[in-house]
Design a protein around this ligand. Sequence first.
Ligand SMILES: [Zn+2]
Ligand SMILES: [Zn+2]
Length: 359
Amino acid sequence: MTCRIVFLQVGNADCTLVQTPDACAIVDLPKQRPLNDWLKLHEICSVDRVFVTHDHSDHFPGLERLVNWMGAWVRSEGPAVALHLPDGLWQRAQENLKELKGEGQVDSHKYQRLQSTMDKISFWNQAGHVRYCPLSADHDIPDYGALSFKVLHPSWLEVEARRATKRAAHNEGSLVLCVRYGAFAAVLLADLEGAGLTSLLDRADRRGPASIRCHVLKIPHHGAWPKNAREFGALLEHADPEMAVLSVGSKNNYGHVRPELFRALLDLRDRPDCRLSTFACTEVTRTCTLPVADRSPGGLGLPTTRPCAGDIIVEAETDGRWSWPAEERHRETVESVPMAACQGHAELSYTLAALHYPE
Ligand SMILES: [Zn+2]
Ligand SMILES: [Zn+2]
């Protein structure tokens, strides 16, 4: 029996599927079409768990779209679909309703749509079709045979603290998941950065690096380079992945994948004491196609989408063995990319890059 972890090519966004014969879970779903196409193609007819790591549109389509999508997966019999939404999202939706009501907009489309979306989730919840579950590193998720999910960040105390201060730093509070299948582990870092990254590193320091050590690591924030880069480097060392996955869009205007990040991955790959042997991006970015001097200071992306690895499908066994069957095909694709960073061909000069990527 095999566990498939699928990083769908969805541009500068995240959509990950975890599938075994016992279960199917989805982590983030910014665009439903590629996800639906995948589910249909692979004849997957039930979804057990939906995680939304944080409330940003490149991870979450909004409540209304989510509910429309979930309509196809809600079952009147059998186990309920477990829905994990970011903390505070339901409360914000309620506040929006109240605000619209205060403005006398009860008859507006906006109000009606939001109200009926919330009614639907409430109905499913009451009927036992959907379980709306809070989630943190202090909540347990039941296993599906050899498949288990563990939240590594944030802790419930951190969730409460953020709620009290009403800080809107969603990336810092991103849900970080460790997916285990027997002896195999993958860690999905969502868009973790800043204080969230520091907190996860602290926890790994205190509990031991084994808590975050994994075979496959989804790099956070589509290849951004965090301000606390030193801590990010330490986290990479603790995780010590064999493969790093970057879900990144060709047309992104942020300069992702940042050259510094590629540099860090190449350095890690060259170290004999680290296991990293491969890293792959879903799409080609300007960093792999243009010399530093030709990259616009504003971070303008490529004019068109260009797949690199495309959908990245990792297959894992319970004994910890894993493979990326399309690795050879990716290698062939990379040969047509003029300055492929994973082959060490990109211009990643710190001095020059610094001129183009101010903090
Ligand atoms: Zn984000
Ligand atoms: Zn993101």
